[in-house]
Design a protein around this ligand. Sequence first.
Ligand code: ADP
Length: 491
Amino acid sequence: MGAHLSTTVAQDRAFMQIVDGKPVDSLSGERIDVVSPSDGKVFASIPASGAADVDRAVKAARRAFDDGPWSRMPAVERGRCLTRLFQLIEKHGAELGALESRDTGKPVRQGKADVVATMRYYEFYGGAGDKIHGDTIPFLEGYTALTLREPHGVVAGIIPWNYPLQILARVAGAALAMGNTLVAKPAEDASLSAIRIAELALEAGIPEGVFNVVTGYGRAAGAALSGHPLVDYVTFTGSPLTGTAIQQAAAVNNRGVTMELGGKSPQIVFADADIDAALPVLVNAIIQNGGQTCSAGSRVLVERPVYDKVAAGLAERFSKLVAGPHEADLDLGALINSKQRERVAGMVAVAEEAGIPVLAKGSVAADAPESGYYQAPVLFGSVDPEAVIAQDEVFGPVLTLFPFDGEQEAVALANGTEFGLVAGVWTKDGARQHRVAKRVRAGQVFVNGYGAGGGIELPFGGFKKSGHGREKGFEALYDMSATKTIVFNHG
Ligand code: ADP
């Protein structure tokens, strides 16, 4: 197609998926309209793939894995390809950021930040794959035993719509660094950046068939991919219900999975905390990406003596927050689609009808198109920790605030949901920092800070309903490979 060689690529067009190094339509010719959440208008289209398209892509990835050269290439060579991809993303950064913002409705600065994080993934994994090695194991007299880390084979990556560039990068970076080949299925609501990355991957010298992107609906393309018998390993980031469906499909073939399934992450503010430092971080942790972040800090637990102060500080900030079109670059953009907007608005309405006090609401910019999917931020106070709004993931700009008395209650409340992804602990007491960080059941704990989604070097994943397996950092390279033990008898 040649389009990937230009610096600016038209956004308003019929995009093709990338299979076996080529841009291809769906076999049926069916397509999905691409809508900008900022105004609800169609501006592009993607192929609507089904089982036959998935089969074509998985077979291409299978051949690329089995016949090489990717899986047999020295790790350092694979790393160089990923490093070139990092450089190409940097070169096309402005275009990718703009495309991501338009496709998802996120403010332009968030699109830019996502490009920077995406670059870091490919940079990190470009340099990491050749640092993973096995062990030699003391064994019986006359034997030498050693382990190798080997790729699984074909990895399926089912990608959500909230951070399409970043989440594809964390899957692809780790999977490819270890020598796997990939079939990625981005979300039907946000597939454009994945297509561009697969184009750039070819330009970076990643061989045909190694980095495939198949677009389509979850129930069609996603289901076919997670249950395909030639797929060796499945990774998924998304909602718990879909995670269950994908695990059931993968279980038919007894394949391994990594699941990152969201959260209801607590931030615990003790009375001795630096509240002025905490307030902007508490707000950002729920507002970033419109609250559509798995690791959003959606529950704030405050020690009673400072509850009113924290509530007042948050309310002041919430009342000034404004949602609007991505180009306006306001505090938050539109939500991804009308279904999500209705879901979030519905959860807010139920909580309000139940009498949960609204401490503050932000607003939607007056000139935001009526046809966009905007939701004003909402701060609920004195929330019963068992209320639905404090237990279920909203995936929108909705913060629940409630008081606690003492460390023990704080930990119990923090752990009192089905999730366990991230937590924040705010206190100056060093011993308490350690105690609470250890007792909170979360895959990441931030002390006197919070990194919703941040830190590509930092292992990330959940306990309980938030999932299993770890992504990011070196840990992901272990998830994306399997240990082989070899024993030599030279006795
Ligand atoms: P949402 O319901 O908000 O779209 P999901 O967690 O269901 O969020 O979607 C995340 C990803 O999972 C998307 O790529 C979607 O297409 C895919 N998906 C949805 N349903 C299935 C399914 N049954 N099997 C495989 N993938 C699916």
